[in-house]
Design a protein around this ligand. Structure first.
Ligand SMILES: [Zn+2]
Ligand SMILES: [Zn+2]
Length: 154
């Protein structure tokens, strides 16, 4: 089993978020705070639709459209990360620790993993001088063990 990223830093992250909103001139509404908190405590990289369903229990008046717009605003200000998937539905997370993703093309599960030696590796000669790199992430695509076992057991 891959080591789970510990979500211990949520209080810190919430403080950072509040500060970042003030810096960006974003009004810190109750809805924005709740959307961010829900995403920060989710480990499954939810889509806007999934977040909306979970948040409706607490915020009955929250519309899906608001969730979409809020996530887009957060992403624009780099408060959250959009996970690169091949699905049409965007998936999001609050990155608490630098990590990479393995995505199952069967069930769509996104698994976090850390890879320090990759993070610290020197860039290949061929790409040095290409430009400014903002993000250096690996995404693995395949079939997760659960789905592979299900298929094999038939
Ligand atoms: Zn799977
Ligand atoms: Zn992740």
């Amino acid at each position: 089993m891959p080591k789970k990223i510990q979500h211990l830093n949520i209080e810190n992250k919430l403080r950072d978020f509040e500060q970042a909103c003030r810096d960006a001139g974003l009004k810190l509404t109750h809805q924005r705070l709740e959307i961010f908190r829900e995403l920060a405590t989710s480990e499954d990289h939810p889509s806007a639709e999934t977040l909306h369903i979970r948040l409706q229990k607490r915020l009955a008046t929250l519309s899906l459209d608001t969730v979409y717009r809020t996530l887009a605003t957060f992403e624009k200000h780099r408060l959250i990360t959009k996970v690169e998937t091949v699905e049409s539905q965007a998936r999001f997370e609050v990155e608490l620790e630098k990590h990479h993703h393995a995505i199952c093309r069967q069930c769509g599960a996104i698994t976090d993993f850390v890879w320090h030696s990759f993070d610290e590796a020197k860039m290949p000669e061929a790409i040095i001088g290409w430009g400014r790199i903002d993000k250096k992430n690996i995404t693995l695509h395949g079939i997760c063990g659960k789905c592979a076992n299900l298929a094999g057991g038939k």
